[in-house]
Each structure stands twice: as structure tokens, then as C-alpha cells.
Design a protein around this ligand. Structure first.
Ligand SMILES: Nc1ncnc2c1ncn2[C@@H]1O[C@H](COP(=O)(O)OP(=O)(O)OP(=O)(O)O)[C@@H](O)[C@H]1O
Ligand SMILES: [Mg+2]
Length: 213
């Protein structure tokens, strides 16, 4: 029996973590075994890699080196957390997955999107989510607010816009595997739509219940 793999994607502050919690609570109430995790940093090795990337002592981290570290994080995460949980029949909920790497590296223009795609999908052994929930929001709002406080963030407005376009383009490539929702809709409304879709997939798959009987 195999589990169900759900990924949440979207820009910074889109509400991913909020919706991950709602979905986890929904599954818990239904007695479905679930594993909540995140990329990057969902494993001990991954957390160390993330600290390395962010540590100023690492100096000017080359974009290829950075991409390889993110890829290593993904490989370990799939090996250590996601695949074993799916093999047990659990529902795995990941806060960000491959699409985030593609959207941001692609938006950054430092590396070719084709290279990043090959690298990221190789790292995860081609494991695709059964469903990716894309919380789509216009980054202009958030960035406008930040621009007042932080000129550096304001300079990144183009990056966030391009990342959004990448997310949407990825969803358009495989519409059957995505649920694209406006991130600023009412959060309970979003949670209900996500739960309805996940319930269908779980019912079809017959996921393991943690209510022993
Ligand atoms: N549907 C919504 N409408 C308005 N505000 C929301 C909604 N969902 C979440 N928020 C609020 O937006 C903020 C960011 O939410 P959250 O932390 O879930 O986003 P995130 O995508 O996980 O962010 P990050 O990329 O920083 O991890 C929080 O203050 C949260 O309460
Ligand atoms: Mg979050």
C-alpha cells in the first residue's frame, strides 16, 4: 500500500505553513496517519546544509554550489523522510518541494532552468507529489510594504514576480496534479478546498488510518 504525497508551494508569506497546519489537523481528525515536513531543512543533514548556505562565514557561495546543496537537502529528505512514510501508507505533507527550487533558481537567471530541473528531479529520484497546492499571490503587495523598510528587498521585486510566473507555468504543465488557489482568499475557505481534494485522493488510495482496530 502506498501513501499520498502533498506539496504546498507559493511565494514568501503566501500562507503555506498556515495551510499545512490546517490540512494536518483535518487528517488528524479523520484518523489518517500524516507526516508534516519541509524543504529545505526537513532532516538533520538538510538543516546543516541550510545553515551552511546561509552562514556568512561560507563567503560568496557559488550559485552551482548552492544549487547542489539544495539538491543534497532534497535527496536526503526523500530518502530519510518522504519515501519511508509513503511506504508505510501515510499522507506526507511537505512545506515547499521541487517547484520552489525551480521557481527561484529559474527566476534568478544565474543557472539554466533546464539544468536546475534535471538536478532537482535527479535528487528526488523523480518522486512527484500526488498533488501540489499552489497558493498564488501577487508579490507586489508584500514587496511594496517591504520596499519602505528595505531597499534590498525592493530590488528583489522582479525576482518574486518571475518566481510567481514560474510557479504558475509549472502548474499549467500538469494541471491534473495541481490545485491553484488565490492565496488571499479566506484561509478557512482555502483549507476546505484543499481538504476536499486531498480527501478524494486519500479515499482512492485507501491510506492507513492510525486508529488501530
Ligand atoms: N488566506 C490568508 N489571508 C490573509 N492572511 C493570511 C492567509 N493565510 C495566512 N495568512 C497570514 O499571512 C502570514 C504568512 O502566513 P504563513 O506563515 O502561513 O505563510 P508561508 O507561506 O508559510 O510564509 P513563508 O514563506 O515565510 O514560510 C501569517 O501572518 C498568516 O497568518
Ligand atoms: Mg512558512
Amino acid at each position: 500500500m502506498s501513501g499520498v504525497f502533498i506539496a504546498f508551494e507559493g511565494g514568501d508569506g503566501a500562507g503555506k505553513s498556515t495551510q499545512v497546519e490546517y490540512l494536518a489537523a483535518h487528517l488528524a481528525a479523520r484518523g489518517v496517519e500524516r507526516v508534516v515536513t519541509r524543504q529545505p531543512g526537513g532532516t538533520t543533514l538538510g538543516a546543516k546544509l541550510r545553515r551552511l548556505v546561509l552562514d556568512p562565514a561560507s563567503g560568496d557561495v557559488d550559485h552551482r554550489a548552492e544549487a547542489l546543496m539544495y539538491a543534497a537537502d532534497k535527496a536526503q529528505h526523500v530518502h530519510e523522510t518522504i519515501r519511508p512514510a509513503l511506504a508505510r501508507g501515510a499522507v506526507v505533507i511537505s512545506d515547499r518541494y521541487v517547484d520552489s527550487m525551480l521557481a527561484y533558481q529559474g527566476a534568478g537567471r544565474d543557472l539554466s532552468l533546464d539544468d536546475v530541473r534535471r538536478l532537482a528531479w535527479w535528487a528526488v529520484g523523480g518522486l512527484r507529489p500526488d498533488l501540489t497546492v499552489l497558493l498564488d499571490a501577487d508579490p507586489a503587495e508584500a514587496v511594496e510594504k517591504l520596499a519602505v523598510k528595505d531597499r534590498l528587498e525592493a530590488a528583489g521585486a522582479g525576482l518574486h514576480r518571475r518566481a510567481r510566473e514560474h510557479f504558475l507555468a509549472l502548474a499549467a504543465e500538469r494541471p491534473g496534479e495541481y490545485l491553484v488557489l488565490p492565496a488571499r482568499d479566506d484561509r478557512h475557505d482555502i483549507a476546505r478546498r484543499v481538504a476536499a481534494r486531498v480527501d478524494e485522493i486519500v479515499a482512492a488510495r485507501g491510506c492507513r488510518s492510525d486508529v488501530q482496530g
